[in-house]
Design a protein around this ligand. Structure first.
Ligand code: PHE
Length: 428
């Protein structure tokens, strides 16, 4: 059935309905920043990480059980101020994450959080020292099997009262425990980072001994966590798990790092982390403490642990997906079928450049989860006229049913129609 809007009604249960909370969001004053569509706002209600039988819920519990001495906090609303998401964490004014093409705004001052770090200062301010917080986060992004505009992160942090005379002893004795636990693993760690690297230095207010102890504690805690998660699955080459530490940059941590794991021959980025900037802790009224924080992406890990090939599946409400998982158990996803793709291209001359994420958003809005990937397959500038032409290949494929060519044509027609109405382009 084709709706008047041009969309096809595939009777999918996740068709967004306008709920009370969306109506509340809509009541917020709108301005030139407002760019969060209802279809995305509707997803704020799903709370996949809270469902005990959902792979993301199972993974969350698994991590909570591993880090059982960390307090688990429930996530506040995904609607946050731009101050909480960026300024409180010292994001520079020109950081790309702030742009309308990268983030969803309700208005100039209110947005959908782009990361769980948005809640760090509030949690520290409440006085919690060791904690985990899991939540849905929102970013405008490309379309493929590993990107979706909503995903889940777990934030974790650990701080010690630095003014306490036994602070070092406390960290050092925890380190000993971590060290002996690591001895029982066969994890292979490559650390490409340098102590007090001039490009990623310890903070001047930290005595270097403290900084070193905190970094060690952070790295060992996360090495153990990753080992504990990945022991549930076997790499095809049967080798011990390899992880690698690399230098990174985050405005509210220093030094900052990223942790990657070798999976099926490729380094997979799992998390960003670092030693909390003392300035940020001061802003949270806990300047007398120091410690570390990390932010872990759940989907990537869940895709490996459960063998889930496409990120859209997490959002499926098809019982052939949901009935496969059980609380507390890591089990391999059994694909119920792979329906054939319908590939359609759209080529156009570009009169005024636009951001690719705006194109992805239109494709998603018109086709919801019926689009598997969008790829720019040709970018050519005419040598004489200097006119730029782009060609995008859109792969329409449903995860739950066979999409007919006719249905894909209708979806594609609505995409092309929206593109021409939104951008200054000319279809070729
Ligand atoms: N919030 C960062 C991200 O989304 C990860 C991070 C968390 C980095 C905590 C440092 C400390 O990439």
């Amino acid at each position: 059935m084709i709706l008047r809007s041009g969309r096809i009604n595939l009777k999918r249960p996740c068709t967004p309905k306008i709920s009370l909370s969306i109506r509340c969001y809509r009541d917020l004053p709108r301005d030139g920043f407002t760019n969060a569509p209802d279809s995305i706002l509707a997803l704020t209600e799903r709370q996949l990480h809270q469902q005990p039988n959902h792979p993301l819920g199972i993974l969350r519990s698994l991590i909570q059980n591993t880090l059982s001495h960390y307090k688990h906090l429930s996530a506040p609303s995904p609607i946050v101020s731009t101050y909480k998401n960026f300024d409180e964490l010292e994001f520079p004014a020109d950081h790309p994450g702030r742009s309308l093409s990268d983030s969803y705004y309700l208005n100039e001052k209110t947005m959908l959080r782009t990361h769980t770090s948005a809640h760090e200062c509030d949690v520290f301010r409440q006085g919690t020292d060791k904690w985990l917080l899991t939540a849905d986060v929102y970013r405008r992004d490309e379309i493929d099997s590993s990107h979706y505009p909503v995903f889940h992160q777990m934030e974790g942090a650990c701080v010690w009262d630095d003014t306490h005379k036994d602070a070092h002893t406390a960290i050092a004795s925890e380190l000993q425990e971590l060290e002996s636990a690591l001895k029982h693993t066969n994890i292979v760690t490559t650390d490409e980072t340098i102590n007090n690297n001039p490009n990623n230095p310890y903070q001047p207010t930290h005595r270097s001994l403290v900084a070193e102890l905190i970094v060690k504690h952070l790295k060992m805690t996360l090495n153990l966590l990753v080992y504990d998660l990945f022991k549930h699955v076997q790499n095809t080459d049967n080798q011990p798990l390899q992880v690698r530490w690399i230098e990174a940059y985050f405005p509210w941590t220093g030094p900052s790092y990223e942790l990657e794991v070798m999976w099926e021959g490729k380094w997979l980025e799992l998390l960003g982390c670092g030693v909390m900037q003392q300035r940020t802790l001061e802003r949270a009224d806990v300047g007398h403490k120091s410690g570390w924080a990390f932010g872990l992406g759940l989907e990537r890990i869940a895709m490996v642990l459960f063998g889930i090939p496409d990120i859209r599946l997490f959002w499926s409400q098809d019982s052939r997906f949901s009935s496969q998982f059980e609380a507390g158990k890591i089990s391999k996803f059994v694909p119920y079928s792979k329906y054939p793709p319908c590939i359609k291209d759209v080529s156009f001359w570009v009169h005024t450049p636009f951001h690719e994420n705006d194109l992805y958003e239109i494709v998603r809005e018109c086709s919801q989860d019926l689009v598997e990937s969008v790829e720019c397959i040709d970018n050519f500038t005419h040598p004489k006229t200097n006119k730029n032409s782009l060609c995008y290949r859109i792969n329409y494929r449903s995860m739950d049913k066979n999409l007919t060519n006719e249905e894909a044509n209708d979806l594609h027609a609505s995409v092309v129609d929206r593109l021409t109405k939104t951008f200054d382009i000319e279809i070729r």
